[in-house]
Design a protein around this ligand. Structure first.
Ligand SMILES: Cc1cc2nc3c(=O)[nH]c(=O)nc-3n(C[C@H](O)[C@H](O)[C@H](O)COP(=O)(O)O)c2cc1C
Length: 145
């Protein structure tokens, strides 16, 4: 099974989140290839069975600019078969909390087999681990249907 986590992170919050998710997948004996978005070979996207996107949100609820090529690849490539999930960290002081997660979610719902989403308030807290486990369980169930 080919599973990728593709992410971006400026100050480390989203990176910490995707590291935790990778470990939770490993506990289910699922190997995950972890890519910073700049390093991901976009032409290989259709070869994956599952892709998890990790993103922070910038400015007015926007998707970070470095994620836009990946967004377009999902819009244009043959990705209907891919089980997807989108996770992110954001700050609810801003009017559109985790807007980038919502932006990816709406597109992935149409283009792929969207399984789960997860929004984290700034940095992971111990109370969030249960939610991370729930996210991984949903992906795992979608992959094993
Ligand atoms: C200039 C600026 C704009 C931001 N805009 C938003 C926003 O619109 N919505 C949101 O939920 N968070 C916003 N944030 C908060 C970041 O998304 C949040 O701190 C996130 O955890 C950063 O992730 P990272 O550590 O992976 O880079 C903003 C932060 C900064 C500094």
């Amino acid at each position: 099974m080919k599973v990728a986590i593709i992410y971006t992170s400026k100050t480390g919050n989203t990176e910490e989140l995707v590291f935790v998710l990778r470990d939770l997948f490993l506990r289910k004996k699922i190997e995950v290839c972890l890519f910073r978005v700049e390093q991901f070979p976009l032409q290989d996207l259709p070869a994956f069975d599952a892709v998890i996107i990790g993103t922070y949100t910038w400015r007015d609820g926007e998707i970070p600019v470095e994620m836009l090529a990946l967004y377009r690849a999902f819009e244009t490539a043959d990705v209907k078969h891919i089980v997807t999930g989108v996770v992110g960290t954001g700050d609810s002081c801003y009017p559109h909390f985790c807007g980038a997660v919502d932006g990816f979610r709406d597109m992935l719902y149409v283009q792929s087999h969207l399984s789960a989403t997860l929004k984290i308030e700034v940095a992971l807290q111990s109370k969030d681990y249960e939610r991370c486990r729930g996210f991984v369980d949903k992906l795992w169930k979608s992959l094993n249907k």
